[in-house]
Design a protein around this ligand. Structure first.
Ligand code: ATP
Ligand code: MG
Length: 230
């Protein structure tokens, strides 16, 4: 029997004021799935992603990722968990502007204690695969949006995480750059990468996801397999 990569069991996240951001959500995601989390603004999408990433804790319920009880981790444990298990991509790239592209990509490996030579080889490989190796020595400020997001994806994949999380990865991109990133996520999924992405971009959900989960008011309103010609 294969275990799910992600298992949320009866997860709620409440703040002092207002209705719960997540309300008793249960969800299993298996290895190799590409899941798009959809839903209106404020429906709890980022909250869900942050709980899976160990950036936030549920008020109740359990979050298990690749055998780790993420909801029980302390600060150091959750930093270690993120380095080992998840790569994250954000809407506004979150690259460090005073590091070169290559150094941005190598950062997670350095934090995980990988030897510099090994990290350099892996970074060069990733930048090559993602088609941005000619920019390795440039600073992110000089790159286009699509190129920056590719760098962010390379950084997210540096430590070969079992799980790639993305929050609105095409949200700040024009159509052409969005297409680059959609294609890239598609290729990663075809290679077996488990992906969970939050998006308002239906083209992205349709081109990349094998399953869509619709949140409304912090609850799962629909959970649908996507039929796609591959
Ligand atoms: N730190 C916080 N304190 C209080 N309420 C919060 C906090 N963070 C999020 N919320 C509330 O939780 C709900 C869900 O927020 P969340 O960011 O998960 O929405 P979202 O689906 O990602 O929206 P968007 O599409 O706009 O990014 C919202 O009503 C939001 O106001
Ligand atoms: Mg959000």
């Amino acid at each position: 029997m294969t275990l799910p990569v992600i298992e949320l069991s009866d997860v709620s996240r409440r703040y002092d004021e207002g209705p719960p951001a997540l309300d008793r959500v249960s969800l299993k995601i298996m290895a190799g799935e590409a899941v798009a989390i959809l839903g209106p603004s404020g429906s709890g999408k980022s909250t869900l992603l942050n709980l899976v990433a160990g950036l936030d804790r549920p008020s109740s319920g359990t979050v298990t990722v690749d055998g780790v009880r993420v909801d029980e981790l302390g600060e150091a444990g959750s930093a270690r968990y993120r380095r080992a298990k998840v790569g994250m991509v954000f809407q506004f790239f979150n690259l460090l502007d005073d590091l070169t592209v290559a150094d941005n990509v190598m950062l997670p490996a350095q934090l995980a204690g990988m030897a510099r030579g090994t990290a350099q080889t892996r970074a060069a490989e990733l930048l090559g695969t993602l088609g941005i190796d000619r920019h390795s020595r440039a600073y992110p400020g000089r790159l286009s949006g699509g190129e920056r997001q590719r760098v962010a994806v390379a950084r997210a994949l540096m430590n070969r995480p079992p799980l790639l999380l993305a929050d609105e990865p095409t949200g700040a991109l024009d159509t052409a750059s969005g297409d680059e990133v959609r294609q890239l996520l598609n290729d990663l999924h075809a290679d077996g990468q488990t992906i969970v992405l939050v998006t308002h971009d239906l083209a992205l959900a349709e081109s990349c996801a094998t399953r869509t989960v619709q949140l409304v008011d912090g609850r799962v309103a629909a959970d649908t397999a996507v039929e796609r010609a591959r």
